[in-house]
Design a protein around this ligand. Sequence first.
Ligand code: FAD
Length: 348
Amino acid sequence: MAGEDITLHGRLAPVDWPGIEAFARLMSDFARVHVTPDHVVTVSMDAGAITLRWAAGAADIRLQARDQSAAQNLRDTLGHLLDSAVDGLAAGLSWPTMTEGALPPNFRLATVEASTRLSPNFLRLRLRADDLGFMARTGLHLRLLQPKDPANPVWPRLSATGRTVWPDSGLLHMPVYTIRAIDAASGWLDVDIYLHGRGRTCAWAKAARPGDPVGISGPGGGWLPKGAHLVLGGDETALPVIGRILSEAAPDTIGRAVIAVTNLDDRQEISGPPGVQIDWLGPQDRPKLATTFDAIASTALSGTEAVQVLFGGERLEADHLRHTLRKRFHPSVQRVAVATYWRADTNA
Ligand SMILES: Cc1cc2nc3c(=O)[nH]c(=O)nc-3n(C[C@H](O)[C@H](O)[C@H](O)COP(=O)(O)OP(=O)(O)OC[C@H]3O[C@@H](n4cnc5c(N)ncnc54)[C@H](O)[C@@H]3O)c2cc1C
């Protein structure tokens, strides 16, 4: 789906040229940066482009992005990195067309449309919201925003300088979930909630009824891996992203998926390319998830094909795998995405 191509105009004042140069140096670590002799800085990233045109103690700013959500990501990045370059620099940002206190453009107030029990410990919630197109491209994940007091919800808001201000986590619970399926034209998306037993989201999801409100913000995280050879793995929390990736993969995709479940009845039918083999590890083999995945991913990465590796699971497993795979396959680091999806309590 094509974006809308948004341009935002803003201003940064006061700012001296060394401040802009410090920002450009910082950005060049992870974006393409071009600086001209007449004091124009252009930063190009996946999300879009930032142009700063400096003269006489002020900079005119232009943000170009594919949609409102990406434009807000750029605005948040700009504010954060200006402050990282020179403490307090972002305080001089202003955006004439923005209203302080407005809801961020990548936020939607959704309602629960339906709740379906998929298996003993999985619940699928269908959420309905307007104008969801931006959630269907560039990112597989969202934040499910649950106010502590649903009768008086506190949502993220835009600050005077255009940045997203998040409420205290005590007022708004904001865990990350995968967009398991989305039909933006029809105005719905599905999230699959693993009922691990102790979470606030588990309790909320079990009690959720059609019409209940919930905030959603995103999208974030990586996009669908493009490789012709996929190696996917993780525990129940990664089952939705593995399901989404395989359901949207090209029919000739090959590879393996390894998914650990504490209860074998939580296995799901995953429709995907026939060339991707899915292995389920039950409670006995669950402790072997990281080593099993490591072996499969290492064999694939040692080959010559365009392999993409994705793993999501508990922090210790993810940290270990990320470290070993990156050390062993350093030149292929961009083909390896290993992420912490949840953290076990250290004092549990
Ligand atoms: C990119 C990404 C995508 C994700 N996608 C999904 C998804 O689609 N579906 C999904 O169910 N989860 C998903 N998760 C994991 C989810 O965000 C966490 O499990 C989160 O902690 C759930 O919030 P909660 O409110 O249930 O629990 P919290 O309030 O965050 O935690 C409460 C307690 O539950 C424990 N806990 C949290 N998760 C687990 C678990 N899996 N097993 C055992 N104990 C746990 C914590 O240690 C803590 O003690 C994803 C995470 C990431 C980073």
